[in-house]
Design a protein around this ligand. Structure first.
Ligand code: XBP
Ligand code: MG
Length: 259
């Protein structure tokens, strides 16, 4: 890779679920099922159904969609669904507190490298601020919330991903243009949201998003990789690089690395 220095890239913007950690399979899904049992509901979501339901972003929105689709005769008031979602959030946070959810490969290394290189960091996610802070604290570092200048999360915008609103909100808070940023996402909805805001995006896919349409992504990788554990390139040209470093990010922002 040509090592062009650039002042252009100012910030890295990270999605959370599926990007920082495999929270969907390891924590959100079991937390939903624990909440169903707690509320005496005979619902059970398996991994295949959940993969399908993930097309709807946001836990509350996903629950409402599930009821409309699979239990159309159930008249469940909004406050019931809100309580059910609160219970799910409680179970989710208990799992995080137990330190059960590891970050994906390369995440901690890249965050530290970017921070030390003076790049600004932000979180851009559909889940709640509470869930984000808990993951950062228990899976990254006690003070990890201070690493991120902006945490764009949850209901701060009315329209969740794939709408670009949450990324546009983050750009406004950072006072940056889209061209100065690079996003990291794992899903088609996340990619659409970032691209809709005009932000170049690196995808690290996972089991749930392997069949998603990632048209428009700068590159699609198996993970961020480590110096001794290279990523697999799924789509795009990484010009011989084997892990995502700050130099890689600068090249991606300059289109030296491109699809
Ligand atoms: C993540 C989500 C979230 C989680 C559940 O999408 O869709 O809804 O599944 O979180 P993304 P909550 O990674 O694109 O941000 O239950 O807290 O909503
Ligand atoms: Mg995601």
């Amino acid at each position: 890779m040509q090592n062009k220095s650039s002042t252009k890239l100012a910030a890295l913007l990270f999605d959370v679920d599926g990007t920082l950690a495999d929270t969907e399979r390891e924590a959100h899904l079991p937390a939903f099922n624990l909440a169903f049992a707690e509320f005496g509901l005979d619902w059970h979501w398996d991994a295949v159904l959940y993969g399908d339901l993930l097309r709807v972003t946001g836990g509350k929105e996903r629950l409402r969609h599930y009821v409309q689709r699979f239990h159309p005769d159930h008249q469940l008031p909004d406050d019931f669904l809100a309580s059910l979602h609160q219970a799910k959030t409680k179970h989710y946070n208990t799992m995080l507190e137990q330190g059960k959810i590891p970050l994906r490969r390369g995440v901690k290394r890249l965050l530290l490298e970017a921070k030390n290189a003076g790049l600004r960091l932000a979180i851009v996610t559909t889940t709640s601020p509470e869930n984000v802070l808990s993951l950062l604290r228990h899976s990254l570092a006690e003070d990890a919330h201070t690493w991120f200048e902006v945490i764009a999360a949850g209901d701060v915008v009315p329209k969740k991903k794939p709408a670009p609103d949450i990324y546009l909100w983050a750009l406004k808070e950072l006072k940056l243009d889209a061209e100065q940023c690079l996003a990291f996402e794992d899903s088609e909805n996340g990619l659409k949201s970032a691209l809709g805001a005009g932000i170049k995006t690196i995808i690290t896919s996972n089991d749930y998003s392997a069949d998603h349409d990632f048209t428009g992504a700068t590159v699609v990788l198996s993970d961020l990789g480590e110096p001794d554990a290279p990523f697999t390139v799924i789509a795009g040209d990484c010009v011989g690089e084997s892990y995502v470093s700050v130099g890689f990010c600068r090249s991606a922002a300059l289109d030296t690395i491109a699809h």
